[in-house]
Design a protein around this ligand. Structure first.
Ligand SMILES: NC(=O)c1ccc[n+]([C@@H]2O[C@H](COP(=O)([O-])OP(=O)(O)OC[C@H]3O[C@@H](n4cnc5c(N)ncnc54)[C@H](O)[C@@H]3O)[C@@H](O)[C@H]2O)c1
Length: 382
């Protein structure tokens, strides 16, 4: 079988995760990477064992040997690179959010419907094995009628006013921050697992650090020392550190969600609870191999990830037997496996069993409604 050639654009945090996950599919070679200039790209390429290093996204798109492009750069670049990549005839795997606005997202979704190429999103949280099992528990009636869905996505990497990143600047990140950056994963997960659409939202936003200290030199420069006034510039912050969103689902279920990027001690914790008419479930992504199952008339249970105990659909999201933990990197691998299998198929035979541009567009619609609700202090329909 001829291997597929991949180019990964952006080699900060998530780009190398894509490189590793693509290799783990066994279906593709990562032939090229790109970053802001050739020097940065070459250094990264050498570290990752990648042959070709390019100083721009355009250079990857112009490489005729590349079949698939992964977009792992700041949010403001996703739309333009995705559009150019599809025009160049490349399959696309885009990081979330798909674009900066619902209008851009809609255009990309429509392009995806007609271009005959695979247009995927790395909304990888869906691929935790026990969350797949929860999906089966919803669809086979084990949970019963869903009364309420609650949860949060909390982090502490922006806890201090000296913590800084492009994600704090709306021209790179978009007009919502916590909601677009981490909320999108939770909303996608909840709609995917429950099969229920969120139909209206009521949001409350807070910016706990209205002014942050932007380092004037690379952050590593300051590790282990306290910033002096000459080391930083004060920058007003317009996007939310925190969002609390009430949710109403089509068909009657209720819910709530909190995104918080200044939650001390919560490193990267996705929390989900579903309360149904037969039982409840609760999941914490920082303990990804355990699922709590709650009962009214019997003892509660803790299910440990074990493919032999799971539904057949969820079993397919395990690579290892019970007791062998699977986590974040494995979710990206399982997402890529399904995307790359589809790339090998004729368009008519594609399964689409992974997040796609239409899901990315859906997230942008939700972000817009949540932003609008926080701005106007009222319920907003999607
Ligand atoms: N699915 C997930 O779990 C997940 C996790 C982290 C980030 N993300 C998404 O991935 C994207 C990247 O996030 P990150 O945390 O890796 O950011 P990062 O800042 O760590 O890395 C971004 C990289 O893009 C490069 N870059 C910037 N402008 C470029 C340009 N014009 N051409 C080529 N390269 C350029 C930077 O030099 C850097 O190497 C974001 O959209 C983010 O939302 C998703």
């Amino acid at each position: 079988m001829q291997k597929i050639n991949t180019g990964v654009i952006g080699t900060g945090f998530i780009g190398p995760v894509h490189v590793e996950a693509v290799r783990r599919t066994g279906l593709a070679d990562v032939l090229a990477i790109a970053d802001i200039n050739e020097e940065v790209a070459r250094k990264k390429a050498d570290g990752l064992g990648v042959e070709r290093a390019y100083g721009s996204a355009d250079a990857v798109l112009a490489d005729p040997d590349i079949d698939v492009v992964h977009i792992c750069v700041p949010n403001n670049l996703h739309y333009e690179i995705a559009k150019k990549a599809l025009k160049a005839g490349k399959h696309v795997v885009c990081e979330k959010p798909l674009a900066m606005t619902p209008e851009e997202g809609k255009e990309l979704k429509e392009l995806a419907e007609t271009c005959g190429l695979v247009c995927a999103m790395n909304l990888n949280v869906r691929a935790y094995p026990l969350l797949q099992h929860v999906r089966s528990m919803v669809s086979d009636g084990t949970i019963g009628e869903i009364f309420a869905v609650n949860g949060s996505y909390q982090q502490d990497w922006l806890f201090k006013d000296t913590d800084y990143s492009w994600r704090l600047e709306p021209e790179f990140s978009g007009k919502t921050r916590a909601v677009a950056d981490i909320g999108t994963h939770w909303f996608d997960l909840v709609e995917y697992i429950t099969g229920k659409r969120i139909e209206k939202v009521f949001a409350d936003f807070a910016t706990f650090h209205p002014v942050r200290k932007k380092p004037l030199k690379p952050v590593e420069t300051y590790s282990g020392k306290i910033l002096q006034p000459e080391d930083y510039q004060e920058v007003p912050i317009g996007t939310e550190d925190y969002a609390n969103v009430q949710l109403r689902f089509a068909g009657g279920a209720h819910g709530s969600f909190t995104a918080n990027q200044v939650a001390a001690g919560r490193k990267n914790r996705i929390w989900l609870e579903i309360y149904g008419s037969k039982c409840s479930v609760a999941y914490d992504s920082e303990m990804p191999n355990q699922l709590w199952i709650g009962h009214r008339d019997g003892c509660n249970e803790v299910m440990i990830k074990d493919p032999s105990l799971m539904s057949p659909d969820a079993r397919a999201y395990n690579s290892y037997p019970g007791g062998h933990c699977e986590g974040f990197a494995d979710t990206v691998k399982h997402t890529m496996i399904r995307i790359y299998r589809d790339i090998t198929r004729d368009p008519a035979g594609r399964k689409g069993d992974y997040p796609q541009f239409r899901d990315g567009y859906r997230e942008l619609q939700l972000c817009e409604a949540i932003y609008e609700s926080a701005r106007t202090d009222r319920w907003v329909e999607i």
